[in-house]
Structures are given as C-alpha cells and as structure tokens.
Ligand binder design. Sequence first.
Ligand SMILES: Cc1ncc(C[n+]2csc(CCOP(=O)(O)OP(=O)(O)O)c2C)c(N)n1
Length: 375
Amino acid sequence: MEKLYGKQLEIMATKARLLGLDAVHTAASGHIGGSLSAMDILTTLYFNVMQVDPANPQDPDRDRFVLSKGHCTPALYPVLSLRGFFPQEDLKLFRSIKGHYSGHPDMRHVKGVDMSTGSLGQGISAAVGMALAGKLAKKDYRVYALLGDGEIAEGQVWEAAMSAAKYHLDNLCAVVDVNGLQIDGATKDVMPSEPLDQKFAAFNWNVIHVNGHDYDALIAAFEAAAACKGKPTVLIAKTTKGKGVSFMENNAGWHGKAPNDEQYAQAKAEVEVKNNTVTGNTVEQMLKDAIIVTFDGKTYTSVASVTDKDGALDIGEVEATLNDGTKIKKDNNNLNTNISAGKYFTVTKLTVKVKVATGIDTYVTVTVPGAITAK
Ligand SMILES: Cc1ncc(C[n+]2csc(CCOP(=O)(O)OP(=O)(O)O)c2C)c(N)n1
C-alpha cells in the first residue's frame, strides 16, 4: 500500500470516525470518547507507519499493534476494516452476539487484532513480550502499543516500562493518548499522572511530545522513535477526548455512552464538516456537582434541581432552578454560556464531600479504602 500523508490521512480518519460512530450507535453501546481521541493516531499508524499486510494478517514479520486501552475498539475496528482486514459490513456486528466484534478486541476471531485486551494495564506488558520476542528472534518488526492517560494509573504499566528499558527494547513504541479524561472525570482529579514525560524518562525511556491530531507531527514522531537506539520510546500524545463531535469533546460523560438517533445525526453532520468549535466542560456536569453559581451578579450556593429536557445530559436544553427559585437555562455546551435573555453565568466547583479516588488500578482501589477504614 502507498503510504498516506496529510489530507489523505485526514480523509481516512474522518471515514473511520463516521464508521466508529455508526457502530456505537447501531450497537447502542461502546466507548466513543477515547476512540475519537485516538482515531488520528491509529489512522497514522495503519496508513503510514506500520508494515502490515491484510492479505497475510499473521505474517511473522509484520509490525504489531496492541490496543492496551482495549475499550477503544470503535477506533480500532473501523481502521482495520478500512485498511482491508475485514469488510466494513462486519462493523454492523459490533458488540453483537452474532459476531466476534466485541467491545474489547479478540485476537482469536478478528483479523488484524494482534492481542486481546481490555483489562487496563496488561496490554503494554504483552507489547513488551512481543518486542522481546522480536529481539530474540532477530526480527526487524516493530511493536506499537496505545495506552490511555487513565490507564497509566495501573501499576502493571510501570512494571512493563521497567522491563522494556531493562531489555533495551528500541523496537517498542508506546503512545499515551493524553486526552485528560478517564471514565469518571479528569485524570488530574481522579489520579494525576503528570509529569508523564519525567516518569517515563526516569524509567529510561526515550520521550517525545506530540500533538495526537497532527498527522505530520505524528509521522515525524514515529520516525524519531524508530531512529532511537537502545531504549523504548513513548509518544506523549496530547489529544481531545471525543475529537470531532462538539458535544462529546472534553466531556467524560461520553466515555462509554452511545448517541441516540438525534445525537448520532448531529455527530455525523459535524464529523463530515469537521466542526470542532465547542470545547470545555459542560454546564450540566458542573451543575450536577456541588457548585456555587454566579448568575446576574448574585451568588447561589446550591441548585435545587436540574432538568435536562432531552434526557441526553450532555447536549440540548438544560434548565436549572437555583436555591431561591430563580430559573436559569442554557441551550448549548459552552460555559459562560448565553442564558435565555442574553445573560451569563459562571459556575465554580465546590467540594462538599471527601472522596478517595485512587485511579483505576483495581489493586490500589481495593486496598487503600480498606486500609483507611481499618481500625
Ligand atoms: C483493570 C481495569 N480496571 C477498570 C476498567 C474499566 N475501565 C474501562 S475504560 C476505563 C477508563 C480508562 O481511561 P483512559 O485510560 O484515560 O482511557 P480513554 O479516556 O482514552 O478512553 C476504565 C476504568 C478496565 N477496563 N480494566
């Protein structure tokens, strides 16, 4: 296959975004947010960087890819399908009992999938094993692994990172999709992972920062990774969760939720015209948390109720009643948004309860609260 560049990659990634949205909408479930943030990275890998042959998916000399953040099959399947590993028609079977295109990739049944993943933190260990196997067999193939910035909280990631450095796996390139959000909020709130570059550097990795939506920059970064000898490389890829769909962008609520018919139509239209204008947290999220609301010069310390007119919680019209009965209304996703008669409100977060958030590492999450409650 001829390598794709720039605009060609953008067109391919747009097709992949549309297929991913379609699959999640048809299945009425799936992880769309982190798939959209990773789509440009995956498209660049499969259409420019990686040596793979869809006619010979088990070629022992092929480059390997491990989706360590295994929930992002709405990115992986469309890209594999567009690359020719299986027909696009098959995407209709996403998460269906009638097929094998499950929510997390299955290497036994889906052509092009090199490793079954889904339990966060494990995929990178598998990638280390594949890279080590390549070294032992004196093969030239390269191994790529994509991780989430939430996934980084898994202790196993750092065990794998140590192992990769120990064995000088310069045939391994990890990419961390730094979209700033994980399943239930901002990574920095749940379990801060920064400074990621210093962490990986301390583990003896070559570190490269890159914009995860800039195809030229990604190609250059993958080339620099391949040129680095004696160390594994990590690309710290800055991305936007939900990239390409205004109401999904930077919104943890869209981590693992399917759009309804109306939202799907809007998402599709936006991806088609690449309208990425709306960014920032949604008002709904802020209103649902403990808040101070400043509206029309007055400060309110609580909100009596929030009504989400279309039930979508993330888009559309939202009305809130403040604690003195004042009603406020918004009809788009911007903070400081225009409310009914052209007035503005700002929302400030106020913490009201102690919450222990230890990230997504199951072991820590079980052990830390247990130890806190021990008498
Ligand atoms: C070991 C393990 N714990 C918990 C989960 C549930 N889970 C699925 S996705 C996710 C959040 C992942 O966040 P991140 O790595 O940042 O992914 P992204 O935002 O890129 O989708 C969690 C906790 C899991 N799949 N595996």
